[in-house]
Design a protein around this ligand. Sequence first.
Ligand code: SF4
Ligand code: SF4
Length: 277
Amino acid sequence: MKQIAITGGKGGTGKSTVATALAVELGKRHKVLLVDADVDCPNDHLLLGIERKPLKKVFQRIPKWDFEKCVKCGKCAQVCKTHAIFALKGKQPVFLPQQCNGCGTCVLACQQNAVGWSKKEIGTVFKGKGHGIDFVSGELKVNEAVSEFVVNALKEEVKKIVKKYDFVLFDTAAGTLCDVISALEGSSIALAVTEPTPLGKHDLELIMKLLKKLGIKFEIVLNRFEEGKEKLIEQVAKRNGKKIASKIPYSKKIIENYSKGIPVRHESINTLAELVK
Ligand code: SF4
Ligand code: SF4
């Protein structure tokens, strides 16, 4: 099994377009699992027109209070770095679960043992099939903050079935935070998808820095390529000893297919399929 990550420092560069098109292309001759790990905003199933079925719910631990034991000292609120506990002197603490990351500091800090554990549902892992590939995705509930817990739950499900596949493609979220790092772990190659804009250049530099730190081999994919506008990205690639591995053109046909749930078919995707084998 080969694990491939499709990633990018910036949102909206076309990671999902590349991930879905590459998965479908590889799926013509191999057993492929596509993992949508962009749990804040999963959209691979929409791009592929795949109907998802819930596989499991994801929970996060959160503290719960036994107010009979509480002496209203306010210590739990003082130690909470995310400001999930609000306490006025002489009053019982008030808990804001949306801001809690489950770190447990308040549980340790309470000398009265008045803080224990409970849990809350923060997301769902889904599965589906279509275009000759298998598919799993995670989705964080609205108003929840800790997306890496959903990514980790997704990875646990992937671990159970990974042996069935020749290729497992992880479509990560944008950026360089914990949820992206968790989705990148275990990949033997990453495709850094960018676009020919100053923001695309800046965010490509960030994701390349992260991939180098994690020791993951990577290639650069330029989406929305237009003749003459690729210089910015070529310069960054050159500075990092790389070339642009594949260029997906800015085309009306691709955009139309995108909106109809038809995966991109283009020689640039065939190039990528050969590159990652
Ligand atoms: S630290 Fe314990 S005793 Fe003090 S306010 Fe919090 S729950 Fe109550
Ligand atoms: S578990 Fe951590 S984040 Fe949550 S309320 Fe306690 S100290 Fe704050």
